[in-house]
Design a protein around this ligand. Structure first.
Ligand SMILES: NC(=O)c1ccc[n+]([C@@H]2O[C@H](COP(=O)([O-])OP(=O)(O)OC[C@H]3O[C@@H](n4cnc5c(N)ncnc54)[C@H](OP(=O)(O)O)[C@@H]3O)[C@@H](O)[C@H]2O)c1
Length: 197
């Protein structure tokens, strides 16, 4: 296969399903530009339907944890994310009783979120969805990180956490090069595991 072929192939259907099967514990999942941007102005500075499909398949049936700002980054009609207990973290005392919080399980800390996740369907695997603040606080306790790299130079104001020496790359799809979205954006899925996990 030449490099052009490897850039135009679609992700094999089984990759995400097999990956989802293989993961238990605390997972982080995000998409970033090659420079580490994950967000801008409360949204993501790209549109990549293939990654949304991957994200949905990966997290289906498991609790998801996110910061209030990430929750609000989803259009109201798409929240809560269906088929998953949506646990939202805020320091605000009364936010949980506002209309914005409808459909969320609202907690006051990451520890409370992780505890809550153990008592809901699919809690043997819990996915932390971000955003930047929550990733920064959870990277030290996560077992796995599933990261979509997007070949984009988009500017942003929110960044991915750094995966230090204690992490190792365990899989890439495709193994080399990029996939190409129907909209022309190049991307690849990567999997990182805590060494020894
Ligand atoms: N590319 C991706 O995969 C991806 C994924 C997720 C999000 N994003 C992007 O990231 C951006 C949002 O990220 P962000 O860093 O601004 O916000 P965030 O992490 O989603 O949420 C931050 C909020 O969470 C609450 N919070 C944080 N730490 C807390 C703690 N220790 N205890 C209690 N509450 C806590 C606070 O809510 P209160 O202010 O209510 O107290 C804080 O304002 C958006 O642009 C979004 O689109 C991108």
């Amino acid at each position: 296969m030449n490099s052009k072929d490897s850039e135009s192939q679609a992700a094999p259907e089984g990759f995400t399903a097999d990956l989802a099967e293989s993961i238990t514990g605390v997972g982080l999942v995000w998409a970033q530009t090659t420079a580490g941007v994950i967000g801008k102005d409360g949204d993501m500075p790209w549109h990549l339907p293939e990654d949304l499909k991957h994200f949905t398949k990966l997290t289906a049936g498991h609790p998801v944890i996110m910061g209030r700002k990430t929750w609000l980054s989803f259009p109201a009609k798409y929240r809560p994310l269906p088929g998953r207990t949506n646990i939202v973290i805020t320091r605000q005392e009364n936010w949980g009783s506002t209309p914005e919080a409808e459909g969320a399980v609202v907690v006051k800390s990451l520890d409370d979120a992780l505890l809550e996740s153990q008592f809901v369907p699919g809690g043997s695997t819990v996915w932390i969805l971000g955003g930047g603040e929550i990733f920064a606080q959870s990277v030290d306790i996560a077992d796995v990180a599933v990261v979509t790299f997007i070949d984009s130079e988009a500017d942003g104001d929110t960044y991915a956490p750094e995966l230090g020496y204690e992490w190792e790359n365990s899989a890439n799809e495709p193994p080399k090069g990029w996939l190409t979205s129907a909209n022309g954006t190049r991307y690849r899925f990567t999997v990182w595991r805590r060494k020894g996990a």
